[in-house]
Every structure is written in C-alpha cells, then in structure tokens.
Design a protein around this ligand. Structure first.
Ligand SMILES: C[S@@+](CC[C@H](N)C(=O)[O-])C[C@H]1O[C@@H](n2cnc3c(N)ncnc32)[C@H](O)[C@@H]1O
Length: 215
C-alpha cells in the first residue's frame, strides 16, 4: 500500500552534534602522524603568545601556516586591523572546512605551505610581514622543512618575522639558527605543557635548502 500523505510524519532527526576540535585533531593525528604531530589543538596561553608582539598597525599581510582547527587563528583575528590581510593556509581539507565554519570571513586557503609564493600570487600578494607557523617543522623530513622555510623567506619583507610554536622549549634553537640570522625564544610557562615561540628574522643565504643564487 502507498504511504498515506495525510498520516503524521516522524519528527526529523536532530542535527548530528559536530565533532569537537579536540577529537578532530586526535583523529587526524592517529591517521596522519608526523604531518600533524599533535593530538590536541594548542592551548590558550601558547596561542596568545603566537599572536603577541606583532605591530598590527604596521602589518599589511600576515600568513598563518598549519592552522588546524584554528586556535591561533582565533587569536590573530581578534587583533588584526581592517587594513591587514590575514591568509590562513592549511593542507588538510577537513581542517579547512572547520576553519571556514568557525571563521566565515577569514581567507582560508587549502594548500601546501611549500607553495606559499604561488598561493599568495594567485591572491595578488607578493610581500608578507609575518609568517605564523603551527606546522610541526622539526618532525618534517629535512627537505620538506627546508622547502617550507625557503617558501616563507621568499615572501617575507626584509624585516619580516617567521614565528614558530613549540611544545619543547629551547630544544630547537640550534635548528632555527641554521636558517635565520636572528632567533629569539619566548617561553610560555603557563601553557600545558610549558611551551614557547621562536621569532626568527633574516633568512641566511647558506640556510639548508636555500636557493642557489643565479650566476
Ligand atoms: C600541530 S598541527 C597545529 C594546528 C594548530 N596551529 C594548533 O596549534 O593547534 C599542524 C597543522 O599543520 C598542517 N600541515 C601539515 N603540513 C602542512 C603543509 N605542508 N602545508 C600546510 N599545512 C600543513 C596539518 O594539517 C595540521 O593542521
């Protein structure tokens, strides 16, 4: 017998509860390992440190690399001025969906940080004041790490900064000194775990993977 259209319809199922940021990150970590390298989103004190000590009045363009579920993005968005473009670059499509849901007005770019110059050129950007990296650079293979840092250096202004978060304070100071002439470390003791931010300036011509100058 065909269904009676006048019969009472069952109530629609309630919308599925969105997966939490924490669980999304854990699931991605279990699936992808070293390209995520963290089983939970960064905590507030570290995210605030990543977004601090930036001259937001002067900045014309800020790029975030490896935004994940967006805890650092949220802090940057609280601070950027209307004249500044914030480009949020993330490789994983599911994280990009989450970022666009959370920050509908943000410029979220699904792409590989090693292709940063091209991704920015497509958007009419040739110079960046600050690159804010949440990428797990130390756990990347050396070639990938070299490519990300070289790609960032290519677009940074002469006084621009490359900022890198870490959950292992000071350990990677020698690593970043191979790439940059000036490396400062800000310890963030109130984070769980105690963490920090490297602020790097002046990409070295002899950095690992630096492009060889044309003869
Ligand atoms: C450790 S998670 C950090 C997420 C977030 N910034 C935070 O602090 O919670 C690293 C992020 O980098 C992204 N990622 C890894 N390789 C990438 C690449 N080549 N280009 C852009 N994003 C990348 C991962 O998908 C992941 O979201």
């Amino acid at each position: 017998m065909p269904p009676d259209p006048a019969a009472p319809q069952p109530a629609p199922a309630p919308p599925a509860k969105p997966e939490s940021d924490w669980w999304l990150m854990t699931r991605k970590f279990l699936k992808k390992g070293t390209s995520i390298a963290s089983f939970s989103p960064s905590q507030g004190p570290l995210c605030r440190a990543m977004a601090s000590h930036i001259d937001y009045d002067a900045a014309k363009c800020i790029v975030e690399l490896g935004a994940g579920t967006g805890p650092v993005t949220a802090e940057l968005l609280k601070r950027v001025k209307p004249h500044t473009r914030l480009i949020v670059c993330e490789l994983d499509p599911d994280f990009c969906v989450r970022l666009r849901q959370r920050f509908p007005t943000a410029e979220v770019v699904e792409g590989d940080a090693t292709k940063l110059a091209d991704l920015l050129a497509e958007r009419g950007i040739t110079a960046v004041d600050h690159v804010i990296s949440g990428l797990p650079l130390p756990s990347f293979p050396a070639e990938l790490r070299n490519a990300v840092i070289a790609a960032s250096a290519k677009v940074l202004t002469p006084n621009g900064t490359f900022r890198q978060l870490t959950n292992m304070p000071w350990v990677y100071m020698p690593l970043y000194k191979k790439y940059f002439a000036e490396v400062k470390f800000q310890f963030v003791p109130m984070n769980v775990p105690p963490s920090g931010v490297y602020t790097c300036r002046g990409y070295k011509p002899d950095a690992p993977g630096a492009p060889t100058p044309a003869a």
